[in-house]
Every structure is written in structure tokens, then in C-alpha cells.
Ligand binder design. Structure first.
Ligand code: 0GY
Length: 293
């Protein structure tokens, strides 16, 4: 792994908050293990191993029932580690893949069978070299036919430039980590207002109210500065928000998040039982398990 890599927390706290039955950790990853599933040549970082066994152990410890495993950029478009985890989960995990335009219909069908229900388009330049819009549009048109959706990851400053492309995608679009707001800016300032407008005017958009650990400047354990942003989204769009741990927290340099304390963040941003039911259970079930409902 990279010399400055911070491995995931070896001994997280038991959350004080009890997750409702059916809760889904809707954003997490697997890395390797490298001996079995090597990392991609084009990767921008080399992580520690964080395989499916550790992920499922954490799921059970925290009290989640299911996972959505998002393909991490260190594995490029080789979805084997993620698909292997989906297959081993016993229908308790769904996946979001990374594919290239030359992916075959048979490969897409195989990913669907494993439990993949979406593709991720990543525009964060420290993680990938973004491609022209046409590259992603071709993929989106093909996966739309499978009933999948698109997950997008971008920096807040890039939203204006990507707006027309994002809003013209032919599927549901899920935005990672609230569009990465600058949480030192006011919650009612122009940057976050742009994101709220996207959500308000385009009902096909969902937001992951994830990664207080990644967005916070105030820092752990409470990540107070992220609360107003996430809470605004949960209360404004209760049926279009998702939550996840982001385990094993790639590329965090400031601290190692305690996953139990991250779960305790949930009742601070979803303050009623009904909001938590939507956020943790109903919304991810609709997006990822509806063909099984
Ligand atoms: C995340 C965020 C990051 C990394 C990745 O696929 C990835 O490599 O998503 C990041 O570095 O911000 O969602 O885990």
C-alpha cells in the first residue's frame, strides 16, 4: 500500500444508535485482497487490503442488513473483487460497477446476475483521468436498458460545467457525497444552492448524504460542520437520499474514521424515525432491490 495510506479502523465502537431493521450501507468498497484480485495498472493510489470478509464482519457489527458495494478506482474497470463479494453475500449486497464502452452485452448480463444495478462515472481528477461526455453517454444508454442507474462523483466546483450532461442522462442519477460541498461556506450560499436546485428541478436525482469524515473541516468525532448540509438534503428530499459508511475510507489523510461513530451521525441528520426509514431502508431498497421486492 502507499506509504501514507491510513488503513481502516481495526476496532470501531459499537454505535449508540440502533439501525432500523433492513438498513443498507449504500456506499462501501472492497479492495482486493491483492493476492486474489490485483489492482489496476492505471490506478492513482494503492490501498491496504480490505476484502469482503472484513466488510461483512463490519456490516454485522454495526447492525446493517445489506450493502451496496461501489467499484473503487484502484480496481479500474475490473469488477472481479466487487462481483465476487456480491456473489458471496447471499443476496445481501448489490453493486455499482465501472465499465468501459467496449464492455460486451454478455459481460453486462453477468454483472447484472451478480447483483450490479448501476455504473459509476467518476470525474474527480485525483482519482481518474475523466473522458469526454460521449464516452459516458454511450455507456449510460446501454445500461439504461437494463434498468440500472448512474452514480456520479465530482467536485462541487465542477457541477456548473457538467450540469447539462448530468441532467440529460437517461437514467436515475445518484450523486456521491452530496456533490462534495465546501462545508466552510454557508449552507444557504450559492454553491450548495446550486446542488439543491439540481435536486429540486430534476426528480431523477438522488444524493448520498455520506462522508462527513471526508467533507468536514471541524473533524472527528462529531463532524458538526457537515450536519446542516446533510440534514437539509434529508429534510428536503426524504425519498431521494441514501446513506453509507464509505468503508474502508480511501485516501483519507487526516484521521481514521470510527465506523461506529459514523453510524451515530445518522440520527443527527435524519431526526425522525420516518426520515431514517426512508434514508436507510426504503430508498436503497427501491433503487437496488426492487426487482426482488
Ligand atoms: C469514495 C471516495 C474516494 C475514492 C473512491 O473509487 C475511489 O477510489 O471513490 C475519494 O478518494 O474521495 O467514495 O470512497
Amino acid at each position: 500500500m502507499d506509504a501514507d495510506w491510513l488503513p481502516f479502523h481495526p476496532d470501531p465502537s459499537l454505535p449508540e444508535f440502533t439501525l432500523p431493521p433492513g438498513s443498507v450501507d449504500a456506499h462501501c468498497h472492497v479492495f482486493g485482497p491483492e493476492s486474489e484480485f490485483g489492482f489496476a495498472a492505471e490506478r492513482k493510489y494503492t490501498p491496504c487490503d480490505a476484502g469482503k470478509d472484513e466488510l461483512f464482519k463490519l456490516r454485522d457489527f454495526l447492525g446493517f442488513e445489506r450493502n451496496v458495494i461501489v467499484q473503487a478506482t484502484c480496481h479500474g474497470a475490473d469488477n472481479s473483487a466487487m462481483a465476487d463479494a456480491l456473489r458471496a453475500s447471499g443476496d445481501r449486497a448489490r453493486g455499482v460497477a465501472t465499465v468501459r464502452p467496449d464492455v460486451t452485452d454478455d459481460e453486462l448480463a453477468e454483472l447484472h446476475e451478480a447483483g450490479v444495478r448501476g455504473v459509476r462515472f467518476n470525474f474527480v481528477k485525483r482519482l481518474v483521468d475523466p473522458k469526454p461526455d460521449a464516452y459516458y453517454r454511450g455507456i449510460a444508454e446501454r445500461i439504461a436498458r437494463l434498468g440500472w442507474h448512474v452514480v456520479v462523483y465530482f467536485e462541487a466546483a465542477d457541477l456548473a460545467e457538467r450540469w447539462d450532461f448530468f441532467t440529460s442522462l437517461p437514467t436515475v442519477v445518484v450523486v456521491d457525497h452530496m456533490g462534495r460541498p465546501d462545508v466552510t461556506a454557508p449552507v444557504d450560499g450559492p454553491e450548495f444552492e446550486r446542488f439543491l436546485t439540481l435536486m429540486r428541478d430534476h426528480r431523477q436525482f438522488y444524493a448520498k448524504v455520506t462522508c462527513p469524515d471526508r467533507l468536514s473541516v471541524a473533524g472527528p468525532p462529531d463532524y458538526d460542520d457537515v450536519v446542516p448540509f446533510a440534514k437539509t438534503l434529508v429534510e428536503s428530499f426524504p425519498d431521494r437520499v441514501l446513506w453509507g459508511t464509505d468503508w474502508p475510507h480511501p485516501n483519507l489523510k487526516s484521521h481514521v474514521p470510527d465506523d461506529g461513530r459514523l453510524v451515530d451521525f445518522v440520527p443527527r441528520i435524519a431526526v425522525t424515525e420516518q426520515l431514517r426509514q426512508y434514508l436507510l431502508v426504503d430508498n436503497p431498497a427501491r433503487l437496488y432491490w426492487s426487482d426482488y421486492a
